[in-house]
Design a protein around this ligand. Structure first.
Ligand code: M6R
Length: 612
């Protein structure tokens, strides 16, 4: 939700903090701030609005020689996005500052208590109580004071602390909000996400819940928040590089990430499949073949776009592995009366690996004895660490708030996982598996070949329809979740009201919406429900709705009954979700662009939803 970056070392502080914040701005962008030691005290500069406003404000401070500091970019939870509510927040003396990501649930009672004790509050945030609490316990041992203060706190936090009297060090602490530490020669880093530190180091340590870290130029020491005992943690090497988290000439991250999909899909299946024989290897699956063989049910658990991936995965798993699948919204799952045990496999799906609801669902399922195999894009993220095993998507960092390449990479992971489970249960022959894998292998090439044509069509379509107020997306079978995803993409970045529906449901309500102003995006591949979809398109037509059809290039019949048609090559029906998703992403992108929206950082949203 918010982005934290911290540095101790030999570089001038402002460029490091601003560059780090830029790479984290996707996490929150309503205000930002930085702090660093200066002449025995602390300098603190904050600004409402995007990071660029803070950058302008910092012009006068560029000459600072400080080599230590903290930065924060905010996504408001408590208190409006104003300069006063922007982080860092200070204690009463102004000598101690904190930056925070998460929510302090008992902040109100703490605040009232601290006020009674004489503390003066300057913001409406929950975070400010942390600064005053630490102040309350601070004598001359900052580490002890942070540990003591956090004992009073309930809620979630990734925390960075700087004290003017120890200008050579930073303290980091974590509970339920991500924090990664970076190490290089004579410098150390903290950040909410890896891209912030990629230009400097690929050696990282993921802080776990209940841990605190002390960062100095010489290195990082980690201890338990509970008892202060030292914890040994070896750094891990990250394979991403800094260029992967840059726009590389594209106008937006979202567009770059749409175009990166052939590579992301390829990277996700490459190394795991042998298409000639049909073999699949998932060395990090983390569960035994016997466990797979005795499974009675699978629960796919996710939020947003990842949930849509799960809805598609259900069709593949049920078809190939013959195991009943439930696909749950994690925010609903966590409050249901669950019927689960060790024969129910839970598969949390998450790009970030940090989504609060998905993580909570994972923990509940685990407590009920369910084995957990996650699908995730971020090595070392909390969800992967709490799972028995993981199937990694190798999409590289996804920066655009609207998920694109992560989605098609999740589909890839689900596709191979479904076949893997089927093989272990002997419900699919190696020959059939080989056929399906060969179909999957064609996906990157087909997308690559059609990207620019789809993009061109999307531009034209955006010109024609960007002023419309509502869109309906219809699909059946595998294309139903694709319709949901198409509608989500459009609404989140263009702010147009859009709904996805199973086409067969149209008669049960949404048909009432259709009129001459309503574009209806119909997904009509040549699969076993083709005739049914054609009937639905006719129904839209006869109510004067505008039909935007996606279907086989050579489908003249469909072309005739559509107002606009985007051609998609005919392929094995199992891979259609990949092929029909990409044009929908481009349509959303171009419409948002035509409406002048901020594509990469849409209003009210954040990339990683680490609070409930
Ligand atoms: O990191 P996750 O995959 O767990 O995130 C889940 C959703 O927050 C995410 O997919 C969200 O819906 C995106 N904005 C969709 O584009």
């Amino acid at each position: 939700m918010c982005g934290i970056v911290g540095y101790v070392g030999y570089r001038r502080i402002l460029p490091v903090l601003l560059d780090g914040l830029k790479r984290l701005e996707y996490r929150g962008y309503d205000s930002a701030g930085v702090t660093w030691p200066e002449e025995g005290g602390l300098m603190r500069v904050r600004a409402k609005g995007k990071l660029s406003v803070l950058e302008d404000t910092l012009e006068d401070y560029r000459s600072t020689k400080s080599k230590v500091g903290l930065g924060h970019t905010r996504w408001a939870t408590h208190g409006e996005p104003t300069e006063e509510n922007a982080h860092p927040h200070t204690d009463c003396t102004g000598e101690l500052v904190v930056v925070h990501n998460g929510i302090i649930e008992n902040y109100y009672s703490l605040r009232e208590q601290l006020k009674k004790e004489g503390h003066r509050f300057m913001s409406e945030t929950d975070t400010e109580v942390l600064a005053h609490l630490i102040e309350k316990y601070l004598d001359d041992d900052l580490e002890a004071a942070v540990r003591q203060a956090l004992k009073d706190v309930t809620g979630a936090y990734a925390l960075g602390v700087l004290w003017a009297r120890r200008p050579d060090m930073l303290i980091a602490a974590r509970k339920q909000s991500p924090l990664v530490l970076g190490i290089s020669e004579n410098e150390t880093f903290m950040a909410s996400d890896i891209p912030a530190i990629l230009p400097y180091t690929r050696e990282v340590i993921f802080l776990d819940d209940g841990e605190m870290a002390i960062l100095t130029e010489q290195g990082i020491s980690i201890c338990s928040l509970e008892n202060g005992q030292e914890i040994e943690k070896a750094p891990q090497q990250i394979s991403w590089d800094a260029a992967m988290a840059e726009k590389s000439g594209y106008k937006h991250f979202m567009l770059k990430e749409i175009y990166e999909q052939p590579q992301a899909i390829l990277n996700t299946f490459r190394g795991s499949i042998i298409p000639d024989t049909g073999e699949i290897e998932l060395p990090e699956i983390g569960i035994e073949t016997q466990t797979i063989q005795r499974l009675k049910r699978i629960v796919l658990l996710a939020c947003g776009t990842s949930w849509h991936a799960g809805l598609i995965g259900k069709y593949w798993i049920e078809k190939w592995a013959g195991i009943p699948v439930e696909v749950d919204l994690a925010s609903e799952f966590r409050y249901r009366d669950l019927l689960m045990d060790e024969d129910v496999l839970t598969i949390p799906i998450s790009q970030s690996g940090e989504t609060a609801d998905t993580l909570a669902g994972l923990r509940i399922a685990k407590n009920l004895g369910s084995p957990i195999v996650s699908i995730c894009n971020v090595l070392g993220s909390t969800i992967t660490r709490e799972s028995d095993g993981t199937v990694y998507t190798h999409a590289g960092p996804e920066i655009g708030v609207a998920s694109t390449k992560a989605f098609t990479s999740q589909l890839t992971a689900l596709y191979i996982l479904a076949l893997f489970l089927a093989q272990k249960r002997k419900s699919v022959s190696m020959q059939d598996a080989a056929t399906y894998l060969k179909a999957l292998m064609k996906v990157p090439g087909i997308i690559e070949e059609h990207l620019s044509k789809w993009h061109e069509h999307s531009r034209k379509l955006a010109d024609e329809f960007y002023t419309k107020a509502d869109f309906l997306y219809l699909g059946r079978h595998l294309q139903f979740p694709v319709a949901l995803e198409g509608a989500l993409k459009l609404k989140e970045i263009s702010y147009i009201h859009a709904e996805g529906y199973a086409a067969g449901e149209m008669k049960h309500g949404p048909i009432a919406l259709i009129d001459k102003d309503m574009p209806v995006v119909a997904l009509v591949p040549g699969d076993h429900v083709y005739e049914k979809m054609i009937s639905n398109v006719e129904e839209v037509k006869s109510r004067r709705g505008i039909v935007v059809a996606l279907g086989r290039q050579e489908d003249e019949g469909l072309k005739r009954i559509s107002n606009v048609m985007i051609g998609v090559p005919e392929a094995d029906p199992m891979i259609n979700p990949f092929l029909y998703t990409v044009p929908l992403q481009l349509i959303a992108y171009e419409i948002a662009l035509a409406r002048g929206c901020d594509v990469d950082q849409p209003r009210n949203l954040a990339k990683s939803v680490t609070v409930e």
